[in-house]
Every structure is written in structure tokens, then in C-alpha cells.
Design a binder for this molecule. Structure first.
Ligand SMILES: [Zn+2]
Length: 230
């Protein structure tokens, strides 16, 4: 089990952490700023002490996190090391992740999939292609960014979430369950949904978005791909 510091403060770039376990090239820490691959968002990269962290994955149990180190790294159990994010990359992931919440509000249709990488991000919608016009989508996204809305994290119980199924928009990415509570991301007036990822504090921070592709990936998957202009 690790303390997941990114949950309360996604802007935290470093922390001191103690090595709890080593499984080959994967290291568990007692606390971490590294977000593990999940909910469509790529795992973080950075450094742990003298070694590079190439990827971050969820561990086998609960809140355990596996930091995948470069080959040859040999941290000692019980040692304390500085964990440092590749912040430039993570911040782009946060901007693109928050942008997908806006996209989900612009395209009012069921979401059937999604992925957030450092360069681009997409959502898949169960919608007719005729309803997806790149120029219109870009314009509405720009309005939401310009509105400079402050985002907010809230927690609800599993029971409350069960009573409000509309809070789970992404059919293919179920929110983390089993802890008795579920994290919600609210962009007031725009979007409210269960989400465990990392987001920017204000939509203005996303900057200019471009719709680089709209393509059919199947009967129920019309994919809209976004990119950051800067
Ligand atoms: Zn999110």
C-alpha cells in the first residue's frame, strides 16, 4: 500500500519515499507522486534516486504502485530515495486529460473508450458521424477553456454512485471501486463524473486544443482525437 499523493495534489512533483519491496525492475514505495497507468491515462515517468522510472503500473493489491525502473537499477529495501516526476510530460497528460472531460461535455453521446497519451488524447463515442464536426467541436472546447473554470475533486460512497449511474460516462473505463468511496471530478457547469486521474486546476491551463482527427473505428466507436497546440 502506498500513499497516493497525486490524488490530493496532482501538482506535487517530488517526494521522499521509502522502498517497501522490489520485484525485479519494479519497485513499491510507501508514498508516491507517480500516477499508475489507468482510466485511460498513461503511467508517469521520471526518476527514483539515481535511476530512471520508465513507466508506472498498478500493483497486485489495492493502492500498491509499481515503479518500473531502468535495467540494472538496484534499490535497497528500506532505503529512502527522492521520487521525481517528468513534470513536463505529466503536465501535458493533465491538460489533455482535463480536455477529454470537456470533449465529453461537447459531444453529448455515450463514451465507449478513451486514451490519454503525452502528445494526443481521444474519446470514442457511440454517435452518428454526421454529428461530429471538427470546427464546431474546437470552437466549443475553446469556449470552455476561455471560461477559466476551476475544477474540483469530491468523493461519494459506492452506494451514492450506484444511485447515480449518470456519473459514469465511460462504459469501458469503470471507476475504481471496492474502497467504499469513489472519486469524482467536477468542472462546475460543464461536467461531473467518476474519475481517478490527474487534472489541471483550471480549464484555462489547458490552452488551445486542436481536433486532429475524426474517424470511425467501428459501429459504436467514432473517435475524436485532440492535440495541444502548444
Ligand atoms: Zn478525469
Amino acid at each position: 500500500m502506498a500513499a497516493l499523493l497525486f490524488r490530493d495534489d496532482p501538482y506535487l512533483r517530488t517526494c521522499e519515499a521509502t522502498v517497501l519491496a522490489v520485484h525485479g525492475d519494479a519497485v513499491e514505495l510507501d508514498r508516491t507522486v507517480f500516477y499508475p497507468l489507468g482510466g485511460g491515462q498513461a503511467g508517469d515517468t521520471g526518476r527514483l534516486g539515481p535511476w530512471r522510472v520508465l513507466d508506472t503500473r498498478k500493483g497486485p493489491t489495492g493502492d500498491s504502485v509499481l515503479h518500473i525502473l531502468e535495467p540494472g537499477a538496484a534499490p535497497t529495501i528500506g532505503s529512502t530515495l527522492e521520487a521525481q516526476l517528468d513534470w513536463e510530460r505529466r503536465h501535458r497528460l493533465m491538460r489533455l486529460h482535463t480536455a477529454l472531460h470537456l470533449l465529453g461535455a461537447v459531444v453529448k453521446a455515450p463514451v465507449t473508450g478513451g486514451r490519454i497519451g503525452e502528445d494526443k488524447a481521444h474519446l470514442d463515442f457511440d454517435v452518428d458521424m454526421s454529428r461530429l464536426a471538427a470546427g464546431d467541436i474546437e470552437g466549443e472546447l475553446a469556449d470552455y477553456v476561455r471560461a477559466a473554470v476551476t475544477t474540483r475533486v469530491m468523493w461519494v460512497s459506492d452506494a451514492e454512485l450506484d444511485a447515480r449511474p449518470e456519473l459514469v460516462k465511460t462504459m469501458s473505463v469503470a471507476p475504481p471501486r471496492g474502497e467504499g468511496r469513489v472519486r469524482l471530478l467536477e468542472i462546475p457547469g460543464i461536467d461531473l463524473q467518476a474519475c481517478g486521474g490527474t487534472h489541471v486546476a483550471n480549464t484555462a491551463e489547458i490552452g488551445t486544443l486542436k481536433v486532429i482527427r475524426i474517424r470511425s473505428e467501428g459501429k459504436r466507436n467514432k473517435r475524436v482525437t485532440l492535440e495541444l497546440a502548444t
